[in-house]
Design a protein around this ligand. Structure first.
Ligand SMILES: Cc1cc2nc3c(=O)[nH]c(=O)nc-3n(C[C@H](O)[C@H](O)[C@H](O)COP(=O)(O)OP(=O)(O)OC[C@H]3O[C@@H](n4cnc5c(N)ncnc54)[C@H](O)[C@@H]3O)c2cc1C
Length: 316
């Protein structure tokens, strides 16, 4: 396969990349998708999805992904389990880009879709780094069940923080939901469910300033941003949902990104570099959801197809 010149290489096998791959394969482009872990992206770590159209009952994240992967493969999408390390731009020998993978294998392609998604942001406070996996977590679905009957802290005020608080409240003793502002920005429906839940206590205008414990999390320091009062709160775990950092290191310098590292695209999902498209959580946008990621994936593939066809008519 390493000798082929692909029409299209897709980097990242979350909902955005898989949908782009499905559309590209149905368009019979010579396309391959590289995924460094197993396909699914962040959805693999999501307990239930309640806002993806087509399911009248909540669907488990891994179950939704299984369907999307099977659908993409049925369309003929090739998925390679490898991370991509480096992208070089070249205009020689009938291809535009060379991709180097973690295994050092190199692949040539006419165009690219970057769908590498994002990872969870860290608080950056004392104790956080040392206690990751020992009570500091960024995934309630993965780690929550270890804290059955315990008191836990959740940090954040968006949809994800509230969803995960509701999930944790099913088996923990209590959830303190610490948010730096005086109201949540999550959708009203989630807010209503949180306010009705007796196990969840919102703590507004507050930030975590330290995570403490010898071998595992034992307490956090919560500082009120208005009064500056510091409170030590005992807990067994802290779950952090304060936003995402885009996985854009491989495209830095190649396409325009904003000050936070999100890739800038136009409405066709085109980046500043001709032949490179981007979609999903890696791009600068307003709504970071599965439904937007899949729509952008389809748009990116459609426009990459038009670009490739134009290129073939012109050059070859
Ligand atoms: C806990 C949680 C709950 C959520 N709940 C909801 C919800 O209820 N509803 C909703 O709509 N959205 C929800 N979201 C958000 C949703 O999961 C994301 O918006 C969506 O997954 C974005 O898809 P994506 O394909 O852009 O990126 P991702 O899902 O981040 O996938 C990117 C993929 O790219 C791969 N990758 C990265 N770099 C490379 C590389 N160099 N080479 C190869 N592969 C690479 C990664 O391994 C990953 O698999 C939730 C997210 C989380 C974390």
């Amino acid at each position: 396969m390493s000798e082929d010149i692909f029409d299209l290489i897709i980097i990242g096998g979350g909902p955005a990349g898989l949908t782009a791959g499905m559309y590209a394969s149905r368009a019979r482009l010579n396309c391959v998708l590289f995924e460094k872990m197993m396909p699914g992206g962040q959805v693999l770590f999501t307990d239930v999805i309640e806002n993806f159209p087509g399911f009248s009952k909540p669907i488990k994240g891994p179950d939704l992904i299984k369907e999307i992967v099977e659908q993409a493969k049925r369309s003929g999408l090739k998925i390679v389990n490898e991370g991509t390390l480096k992208i070089s731009h070249t205009s020689q020998n009938g291809h535009n880009f060379i991709i180097e993978c973690d295994s050092k294998k190199r692949y040539k392609t006419l165009s690219l879709i970057i769908a590498a998604g994002a990872v969870w942001k860290k608080l950056g406070v004392q104790g956080e780094e040392n206690l990751i996996g020992k009570g500091v977590s960024y995934c309630a679905t993965c780690d929550g069940p270890f804290f059955k009957g315990r008191d836990v802290i959740v940090v954040g005020g968006g949809d994800r923080a509230l969803e995960e608080s509701l999930f944790l409240s099913k088996f923990t003793n209590s959830v303190k939901l610490v948010h730096r502002r005086d109201q949540f920005r999550a959708v009203k429906e989630l807010q209503e469910r949180v306010f009705e839940n007796e196990k969840i206590t919102p703590i507004y205008d507050s930030v975590i300033t330290e995570v403490g414990g010898r071998n595992s999390v034992e307490f956090v320091k919560v500082t009120n941003t208005k009064t500056k009062k510091v409170e030590i709160v005992s807990c067994g775990a802290i779950f952090i949902f304060i936003g995402i950092d885009p996985n854009s290191a491989t495209v830095k310098g190649l396409v325009n990104i904003d000050e936070k590292g999100f890739v800038i695209v136009d409405k066709e999902m085109k980046t500043s570099q001709e032949g490179i498209y981007a979609c999903g959580d890696i791009i600068k946008k307003d709504l970071y959801q599965i439904v937007t990621a899949v729509g952008e994936g389809a748009t990116a593939a459609f426009n990459a197809q038009r670009y490739i066809e134009g290129l073939k008519n012109k050059v070859f």
